[in-house]
Write a protein of this length. Structure first.
Length: 192
C-alpha cells in the first residue's frame, strides 16, 4: 500500500502499533506514526486498528478517519468487550481454528505466510484500553467485500448504528490491502 500511495504523491506511514507492549497507551499508538505536527493527516485503520483510530486521529490532528474492515467501537468500550457488545458473537460465525480460511483466503500463500510471520501478539492490557471519544473529524467506513471475519452486512450495521455513516465496499478478503492493494489504494486516493 505504501508504494502505491507514495507514487500518487502522498506520504504514507504504515505504523507498527505497540500492541505487544503492556504499558503502551493510546498516546504511544499515535507516537508510533512519527507524524507529530505533520498536518493534513488521514488516519486509515484496519481491523484491530479501529480501536486506536479515535485516539490516533485526535493525537495527530487528522482531517479524516477511514476505517477499513475495522473494529468500530464506542467510546469507553474495550477491545476485549467489543466482541459481545458489538453483536459480533451473535451475528458472525467465524471459524477461528482455520486462520488461513478466515484471514488469508484470497492472499497469495507466500504473502500470507510472510504476513503471518510479522504478526504481533496483542496483550490483554491493550485489549482492556477503553476506546477514546471520537474526535470531531469526518469518518468513512470501508469493508472488504469478501471479508469472512467482519462480513459486510455486519460492518454495515456497525457503521450506521455507531457512526451514522454508510459503508462502502472494496474488493478483497480481510487482508485486502495485501491481496488487492491497487483497488484499496484507488479508493483511499479518491477519499483523500
Amino acid at each position: 500500500m505504501v508504494p502505491l500511495l507514495e507514487a500518487a504523491g502522498h506520504t504514507a506511514v504504515a505504523a507498527d502499533l505497540p500492541t505487544d507492549e503492556p504499558e503502551a497507551g493510546w498516546e504511544a499508538y499515535a507516537a508510533a506514526f512519527g507524524l507529530d505536527g505533520a498536518g493534513d493527516v488521514i488516519v486509515v485503520a484496519h481491523s484491530l486498528g479501529g480501536l486506536a483510530a479515535p485516539a490516533v486521529a485526535a493525537g495527530l490532528d487528522a482531517r479524516l478517519i477511514v476505517l477499513v474492515s475495522a473494529m468500530i467501537a464506542l467510546p469507553g468500550e474495550t477491545g476485549s468487550g467489543w466482541w459481545a457488545s458489538s453483536g459480533f458473537d451473535e451475528a458472525v460465525h467465524a471459524d477461528f481454528d482455520d486462520e488461513h480460511a478466515l484471514y488469508f483466503h484470497d492472499v497469495d500463500p507466500a504473502l500470507a505466510a510472510e504476513s503471518a510471520e510479522h504478526g504481533r501478539d496483542v496483550t490483554a492490557e491493550a485489549m482492556a484500553l477503553p476506546v477514546a471519544p471520537w474526535p470531531d473529524v469526518p469518518v468513512r467506513a470501508l469493508a472488504f467485500a469478501e471479508d469472512r471475519l467482519f462480513p459486510p452486512d455486519f460492518q454495515r450495521g456497525l457503521a450506521r448504528e455507531r457512526l451514522g455513516v454508510e459503508l462502502e465496499l472494496v474488493p478483497g478478503g480481510h487482508y485486502g490491502a495485501i491481496s488487492r492493494p491497487a483497488e484499496l489504494a484507488d479508493k483511499l486516493l479518491s477519499l483523500a
